[in-house]
Design a protein around this ligand. Structure first.
Ligand code: TXA
Ligand code: MG
Length: 322
């Protein structure tokens, strides 16, 4: 049985939610990026429930969410001074940092890696949940494994009702793409997953950040350094194609017509990068609800948040560009 609390309607519930988390239960809550599925990040038994609820492969490590910086000392074997600059600039907010882990972090969180991913969300509901628990909260995106990350209350209710102890909803999330992931555990610092905190913003803090080459192209030789980036998630059941924005409107029309001529129902999406960032995952889910066979999305420039949008889009399209 899942208890559902609506932030707007229900009486204060944070004490009850904190109790569930301290007792190794599972709680879905909104963050500024996407909804997360949280559990006590120091408990192997609790974290195993996350993998079970999502159907997530065990080789994909989780992010620990904290509400206060003092947890950093306990969860890592030290924060490099240069890395502190990112914390000063972007925490609380949608930036996950990878550090060398300490011994109190269970193997189930890191999938056995020597590093741990940590982020401090800015969303007030997320912060209240973490504070109520008084623990670091391990939380992946709250979708069933293989589905796009949930950005609206209805997404988590559809995927997860009956699979977790508590669902806290607060309408639509602010950003709609998962956090930027930056590895500061070794030099050069490397961008593992782009997000709404952009590469350009990170380069202002440290001009020598490397770029995981698998972010925009498929590679049979190189494994992505964030294990989760190798999966074809973010994808709807419909086929996704990226349409090169260099095409003229007429060329795009004939590409769409060619798909329709195969008897397929086609949705065409032409949006600015900033709007796609917030809506891409909802567009994918809606395409399935509406029964489209194909979703064609016009590409965007890969500067700013466009890098994150193209990363998610190309993965969903299995790098098919028309
Ligand atoms: O915005 C977000 O980050 C959301 C919200 C809920 O906070 N969470 C999220 O978690 O997107 P998840 O589990 O869906 O994605 C975490 C990513 C995965 O690609 C995973 O492989 C990578 O971070 N990751 C986690 N720990 C890592 C580590 N120690 N080294 C490298 N990559 C790691
Ligand atoms: Mg995810």
């Amino acid at each position: 049985m899942t208890i559902h609390y609506r932030v707007a309607d229900d009486a204060p519930f944070y004490d009850a939610v904190g109790e569930v988390l301290r007792n190794d239960g599972t709680v879905i809550f909104p963050t500024e990026t996407v909804y997360g599925l949280g559990a006590n990040g120091l408990s192997t038994a609790a974290v195993k429930k996350i993998f079970a609820a999502k159907g997530r492969p065990a080789d994909n490590p989780l992010i620990l969410h904290i509400a206060a910086r003092d947890w950093l000392e306990r969860l890592t074997s030290g924060v490099p001074e240069r890395a502190m600059r990112f914390i000063e600039a972007f925490w609380p907010g949608p930036l996950t940092l990878i550090f060398e882990r300490s011994d109190i972090v269970p193997d189930v969180v890191t999938a056995g890696l020597a590093t741990v991913a940590i982020r401090m969300p800015s969303d007030p509901v997320a912060r209240a949940v973490i504070e109520a628990a008084g623990l670091p909260i391990a939380a992946p995106s709250a979708n069933l494994s293989g589905k796009p990350s949930p950005t609206k209350a209805e997404h988590v209710l559809a995927d997860m009702m009956g699979k977790v102890d508590v669902i806290v909803t607060a309408g639509d999330v602010k950003h709609g793409l998962e956090s930027t992931v930056l590895d500061v555990s070794k030099e050069p610092y490397t961008l593992l997953r782009p997000g709404t905190i952009t590469l350009e913003q990170l380069l202002k803090i440290a001009p020598d950040i490397a770029f995981d080459e698998t972010l925009l192209k498929k590679s049979k030789l190189v494994q992505p350094r964030a294990p989760g980036m190798k999966y074809r998630h973010y994808a709807p059941n419909a086929e996704v194609y990226v349409i090169d924005r260099a095409h003229t409107p007429l060329e795009i029309e004939s590409i769409l017509d060619a798909e329709r001529a195969k008897g397929k129902s086609v949705q065409y999406v032409d949006m600015a990068a900033e709007d796609l960032a917030g809506q891409l995952f909802a567009i994918f889910r809606n395409a399935d609800d509406a029964g489209y066979d194909v979703v064609c999305v016009k590409s965007v420039a890969t500067d700013g948040v466009g890098l994150a949008v193209m990363n998610r889009l190309l993965k969903a399209a299995d790098y098919k560009i028309l």
